[in-house]
Design a protein around this ligand. Structure first.
Ligand code: SF4
Length: 375
């Protein structure tokens, strides 16, 4: 039944492209951006790109939080681990390469091999339990998008962190990054335009689909909040094509089983209590206005920036922090494909990542490497 539905959706998408071509010209083509690393996984794993008619290109966006965490913060964590502070980190950050080695050490994995205190944690709660048990001075690397913010906010507001554990909030917000990517791609006049967005489902359970209205309105393109099954993604593309033919540009929820228009209002209020929105640096890309969450002054006793002297990067100090030749920044912004990078599956592999997009399973290069490219 799913195959039949996939075929029906594929035919529908092709028909809508033909209708657009009758109106816009016979060689009209377009791009649709999937923001989220998990959507990119679905697209690659199930070969959805190969189902698209010639003229529709699916491009990946900046939806991998590990990939866009500035090298500076990884270097700070390496330094602290070598000084005896316990660093709690998610598994996919473990191999993330730093651009400036600290005492010859370029990742948390290497730091641990050199005697640094680095522990893998599944969540902040995991780290809280362990830090209480050990009593050691510790730091939790809080990397993620809006989906991790509720857990961090709850821990801050409910005063759950023991005095020896500090949180380094590296939480990034997705709608500002979407804005930034679309702005850059709009300035690429020779290329097919991005005319639709498959918006992240998990993030939208927190923010609500309403968070994407400014994107649809500013760029005049449809945005569909999608689930993660192949049929979800195909249905979302079909909805984008329907809107384009009808000259609509609205936000629709395909992932109705999890996402509402308003999102989780209670959680949004709690996040607002714990964090303030700040300009933030994205690895390889630079500063994106109002795209990060910082711990509010009221909870500064839990803030690793205060406790361990981790200065905020400023736009003037920020330097391009991808390794020489790595095109991860362009991949992240949808300007290049992993296979455009000469190091893809040569110098850079999932086993030995050279650039940040090859580390996490949500990184576009890592997804293409594991599942045979984007075809
Ligand atoms: Fe960077 Fe590796 Fe991707 Fe090339 S393949 S863009 S080096 S992460």
């Amino acid at each position: 039944a799913n195959l039949q539905l996939a075929n029906t959706l594929r035919n529908y998408i092709s028909r809508k492209l033909e209708e657009l071509r009758k109106r816009e010209g016979s060689d009209f083509s377009l791009k649709i951006m999937d923001f989220c690393g998990t959507h990119e996984w679905t697209i690659v794993h199930f070969g959805l790109r190969s189902l698209m008619p010639k003229g529709i290109e699916l491009v990946a966006g900046p939806g991998c939080p590990v990939c866009v965490t500035p090298s500076y913060y990884i270097e700070q964590a390496i330094r602290l681990s070598l000084e005896g502070i316990t660093i709690y980190t998610y598994g996919d950050t473990f191999k993330l390469p730093a651009i400036n080695p600290v005492d010859g050490v370029s990742s948390l994995e290497e730091a641990r091999a050199r005697g640094g205190r680095v522990k893998l944690a599944l969540s902040l709660m995991d780290a809280i339990r362990d830090a209480k048990a050990t009593g050691k001075d510790s730091l939790f690397l809080g990397i993620g998008f809006e989906t991790v913010a509720p857990g961090y906010a709850r821990a801050l507001v409910a005063d759950m962190l023991p005095p020896n554990l500090k949180l380094l909030s590296l939480v990034k917000l997705t709608p500002p990054a979407m804005f930034y990517s679309l702005d850059i791609l709009r300035d690429k006049p020779t290329d097919a335009p991005v005319m639709g967005v498959i918006a992240p489902g998990h993030v939208s359970t927190v923010t609500g689909a309403k968070a994407w209205v400014p994107v649809a309105e500013h760029f005049g393109i449809p945005v569909v909040v999608s689930g993660f099954e192949p049929i979800d993604v195909l249905s979302s593309i079909a909805e984008i094509m329907r809107q384009l033919v009808n000259r609509e540009a609205s936000v629709k929820i395909e992932y109705t089983r999890a996402v509402t228009w308003q999102g989780d209002l209670k959680t949004q209020a709690m996040i607002h209590r714990a964090f303030e929105v700040a300009d933030d640096a994205w690895r390889g890309i630079g500063f994106i206005p109002l795209s990060g969450l910082r711990i509010r002054e009221k909870y500064s006793k839990n803030d690793a920036r205060e406790a361990y002297g981790i200065r905020e990067l400023t736009p003037a100090e920020w330097k391009k922090d991808t390794p020489p030749g790595c095109r991860c920044a362009e991949v992240t912004l949808g300007k290049a494909k992993p296979t455009d990078c000469p190091m893809f599956m040569k110098k850079c592999t999932p086993e030995k990542p050279y650039g940040p997009c090859m580390v996490s399973i949500e990184g576009t290069c890592a997804v293409w490497a594991r599942f045979g490219g984007g075809g």
